[in-house]
Design a protein around this ligand. Structure first.
Ligand code: C2G
Length: 134
């Protein structure tokens, strides 16, 4: 049983996220997603449209996701890899190199980010549409 972990905010879920999750799951047999809490997002300088509970619920609806855990700090990754018996850590390649320090504990793989889609782009478009509709 090869166990994979990935991290993220996964706000305003879109096909870029789904493709990442599908590819991450395909690396093994079980996928853990560490989902950034609202408080951790504030540390990352990110706001999300949806709460942690809503984002967790949406992720759990995805067949590729086996377990969702909270991501509260930058420092928890080593502990998570050990606690969840992880074989492979993976992230989109916008993070390439940033988590190589985990490579003594597990395989570290970065996957191509899906171009031309982001939660920010979607939120901005939604804002434009609602402004235009006023
Ligand atoms: N992603 C992607 N293609 C996109 C958008 C996102 O492949 N068009 C990937 C990112 O590379 C990341 C994952 O989807 O691996 C989640 O993206 P975000 O929710 O933006 O996560 P981020 O804010 O980068 O948080 O400790 C790590 C951080 O929590 C990562």
């Amino acid at each position: 049983m090869r166990r994979v972990i990935t991290y993220g905010t996964f706000d305003t879920l879109h096909f870029g996220h789904i493709r990442l999750l599908r590819r991450a799951r395909a690396l093994g047999d079980y996928l853990v997603v560490a989902l950034s809490t609202d408080e951790f997002n504030a540390l990352k300088g990110k706001t999300s449209k949806f709460s942690w509970e809503e984002r967790k619920r949406d992720l759990e609806a995805i067949r590729y996701v086996d377990l969702v855990i909270p991501e509260n700090t930058w420092e928890q990754k080593r502990e998570d890899v050990v606690a969840h018996d992880i074989d492979i850590f993976t992230m989109g390649d916008d993070w390439v190199g940033k988590f190589d320090f985990l490579s003594d504990l597990c395989k570290v793989m970065y996957m191509p980010r899906t171009p031309e889609i982001s939660s920010t782009m979607i939120r901005n478009k939604m804002q434009d549409l609602s402004t235009a509709a006023e």
